[in-house]
Design a protein around this ligand. Structure first.
Ligand SMILES: [Cu+2]
Length: 304
């Protein structure tokens, strides 16, 4: 089994993101006549194909991804399609870069999306969608080391501008904790260590795209286990085939996260944190062909 498949995590994130209202200190001149919760868009995958709307309105949106397959983890990552480029070009160049641990094409801008969902599981994330043309892709690798999107698991969609009122910030979630992503590390604020229900804001303040995966460690598992087995470049490292990864559930359980997003982007997800040891890690590969985990972008935190 390719480690990246394992790394893409069986997820139990069924975040029904908290609706939120304008803060009390917000000017009340424009009362929200519309629903101030993010709208929900459902995406699913079955038979190696995405089911999703062709068009989504811009603005704050909860992307709820369901994996309707019996096997394999899938992602609903999405990337912006540059004008002047075609979807087949995007698929060809991006898949080639992944297969070869090469630099990712700079004209492909990563926009996040729900992190990994195991068979019949759901993962959700809330983001502000910006008008443009995008492509859902699943970057999980199959047994042959080919990303799923390289063998057909992708789908184009358009985010369309709506009237300004809808696009306004009224539906942005209110965070109870923030995790900043830097090159190469995580800076969680102190409120993240408190057990309970959280709406977690993830901000990419680095210069590279980053993703964030939050996993609760299984008893007896360590940060070193995660460093070794979650490294997305592991399958391409000599000798690693002799050290097969344990089943994912023996390492821990996924709490939530967001797929790779470009610098200055942010996203939110909900999680119920119970006391224990957690690990944050990023599965992006740097332009030098080393994974961000190999660059040190993995961190253990204790929730109590
Ligand atoms: Cu990273």
């Amino acid at each position: 089994m390719r480690i990246i498949r394992l790394g893409m995590l069986g997820v139990g994130v069924t975040a029904s993101l908290l609706g939120c209202s304008n803060g009390d200190d917000a000017p009340a001149k424009e009362p929200a006549a519309h629903n101030a919760s993010p709208k929900v868009v459902k995406i699913s995958v079955a038979n190696r194909a995405f089911q999703a709307p062709d068009t989504i309105d811009a603005g704050w949106t909860t992307l709820r991804f369901t994996n309707d397959t019996d096997e394999d983890v899938h992602y609903a990552h999405f990337v912006r399609l540059d004008s002047g480029r075609s979807v087949p070009e995007l698929v060809e160049y991006y898949a080639k870069a992944i297969r070869e641990s090469g630099p990712r094409p700079t004209w492909i801008v990563r926009f996040g999306g729900p992190g990994g969902a195991g068979p019949h599981q759901t993962a959700s994330v809330t983001q502000n969608l910006v008008p443009g043309t995008y492509v859902w892709i699943c970057p999980i690798e199959n047994e042959k080391g080919e990303p799923h999107f390289g063998v057909g698991e992708y789908r184009q969609f358009v985010v369309r501008a709506t009237n300004a009122e809808t696009v306004e910030a009224a539906a942005e979630p209110v965070a109870s904790a923030t995790i900043r992503l830097v090159d190469y590390g995580f800076t969680p604020d102190s409120s993240l260590v408190k057990a309970g229900r959280h709406t977690i804001r993830i901000e990419n303040t680095g210069g590279e795209p980053h993703d964030m995966n939050m996993m609760k460690l299984a008893a007896g598992r360590t940060l070193e286990d995660m460093q070794r087995f979650m490294n997305p470049e592991r399958a391409r490292r000599p000798g690693e085939k002799d050290d097969p990864p344990p089943p994912l559930h023996e390492l821990g359980s996924m709490v939530g996260g967001v797929a790779a997003m470009a610098p200055s982007m942010s996203a939110y997800f909900d999680a119920e944190l119970t006391p224990g040891e957690y690990v944050l890690f990023c599965m992006v590969t740097a332009p030098d062909g080393r994974s961000h985990i190999e660059h040190g972008m993995i961190r253990q935190i204790r929730v109590q």
